[in-house]
Each structure stands twice: as C-alpha cells, then as structure tokens.
Design a protein around this ligand. Sequence first.
Ligand code: TRP
Ligand code: SF4
Length: 325
Amino acid sequence: MSGMRPTGRLHLGHYVGVLKNWITLQHQYQSFFSIADWHALTTKYDETQGLNGHILDVALDWLGAGVDPVVATVFVQSQVPEVAELHLLLSMLTPKKWVETDPTLKDMVQMLHEDLNYGLLGYPILQTADILSVKAHLVPVGKDQLAHLEISRDIVTRFNHLYQVELFPAPQPLLTETPMLPGVDGRKMGKSYGNAIYLSDTEEETWQKIKQGITDPARIKRTDPGNPLECEVIYKYYEVFAPSDVQALAAEECRTAARGCMDCKRILADVINAQLRPMRERRQALAEDLGQVRQILKDGSEKAREECRQTLQEVRSAMKLFSLD
Ligand code: TRP
Ligand code: SF4
C-alpha cells in the first residue's frame, strides 16, 4: 500500500523515485495506491478548488506511466470515508508525544507560514489509517517517510496489545534503491524551481528544458575535453535513462571532445522522449476520455472501501464498541 498527495503533475523525479517501483511491485503483490487528497488538505486546505484537477492529473500520470488498474487498486482517499473513521479511532490510542516528535512532521510544520492545524498533527495517524485499512504488510516509500511508518508500527503494537488481538500486521517499509534525479539546473527537481521535466510535457518542451541543463562547468570551448563525472545533470540523466552502450559512448565522446554538449543533449532528449512516448500517448488518450479515468477511480475506491469496511468491523469488535445489532 502506498500513496501520494495530489499536489500537481508528476515529473521525472517522481517517476524514477517512486512510480517505476510501484509499476514493478504491482505484479508481485496485491497493491493499493491511494491519491491522498485529505493529506493534501493538511497544508493546503484553502486550495480545494485546484485539488480536483490535481487528483485527475495524478491519476493520468499514474495510469499513463503504467500503473495497471487491472492488477492494482487505484483509489481516491476521500472516496473511502471509512479511512476517516479508522483515523479517528486510532487517534484515541496515539499519545500526543509520538506525533510531536515525528521529525518529518516537524519539518512540515517548520515550513508552514501559518499556525499549525490540528489536522496536520494527525498526518501520520491518517497515513496509518490508510495503511491499516487494507492491513498492508509492505509500504514502498522514500526515506523521508520512515518516521511516519515507525509511528504506524507503534500504533499497531499498541492496538494489538490493548485489545489482545493480532488484527494488524506491523507494516514494513519497502525501501528500494532509486536514483535521486536533480532538476535541469542542478537543484532538487520541483515545481517551485521551474527545473522539472514533466511526464506530461511535450517532446519539444522536454528538449527545451534539457537544452538548458547544466554540464561540466570546466568545459568551456567545444574543443575542451569534458569529464562526465563533473556533468551533474546531463550525464546523470544518461546514467538513469540511457542504455549502457549509449551511456558509455557519451562518456567516451565527452572525454575526447568528439561531441559537443549541444549534440550530447540532443541525443539525451531523444532517449528520454523515446522512453516517455508510450506513457505520454497512453496519458493523452486517457486525458481525452476522463469518463474512463473517473470510472477506474470509482471502481478502485469501491474495492478499497470493501476492504476497509471489513477491517473496520473487526476494529469495532476488537474495541468492543457499541453496536445496535
Ligand atoms: N505521506 C506520503 C508522502 O508524502 C503520502 C501518503 C499518504 C502515503 N498516505 C500514504 C504513503 C500511505 C504511504 C502509505 O509521500
Ligand atoms: Fe556533459 Fe555531454 Fe557535455 Fe560531457 S558532452 S559535459 S557528458 S553534456
């Protein structure tokens, strides 16, 4: 089980860091992928208007990239209200200290320009509800999410111990070595820096961005030999996207000044565009048929709901909560 907050279109950093991994894992495990729109509200509660578009954009990016709704359950968090009930119940047995000392949450709070909302404090508990609602064993996430996941495991231990049940497995992180991809200017790839190449960019936009990419700063004239290891963006992209022979040739021709940086970028843009072409075509086709995308999300949300309803029933009964039946 994993999720992403819908904050906008996805870029190559998301693709190589997260999505590519999910696309492999979906064939190895029964998988649930949540578009965590409530989590987005914890910091952007005043931007609900844009959220609807972001949700569809994320769905298009996932499906275009190859998340397959036939094998994986793709759903929207807010369409599974049972997650909110589970969040509420779990919040009752979570000591305030646990969330207050979560370093990832501390970072989020520090970046806030306003007072801390009660909802943001519950971020890791809501995430725990996502995970436990489908009783997930494995959670493929990045390092920044490990602290949240530790809280999830602590909540599981506490729940199982308090109510003397073995209801939830302790969710383990699934850390996969994924490359960190810098933006074309060498800084962290992100929307705010304008240095990101998007899955949904056109081939021309991709080329225009790669053209601006930074290269070996010591290579000034076309005749200067270069050092690929000092070329932190363009050569890094070769390492991530190009087949090994194409990559080796780039390194060789860079060192001997047999190719100029512009040619080198042109070849790279062709490599990346060729790789993204089938994804972009699939995305485009779906973007022209949003009815189908909505249906996929609807079916996925219904499937996730069924799991979650079942889990909640077990939770209510383990906690001996009041029932009229
Ligand atoms: N907090 C995660 C992130 O920012 C997104 C997320 C929401 C998530 N719910 C989840 C990740 C459940 C794993 C499992 O990346
Ligand atoms: Fe980088 Fe290619 Fe220029 Fe060498 S030739 S510095 S690898 S862009």
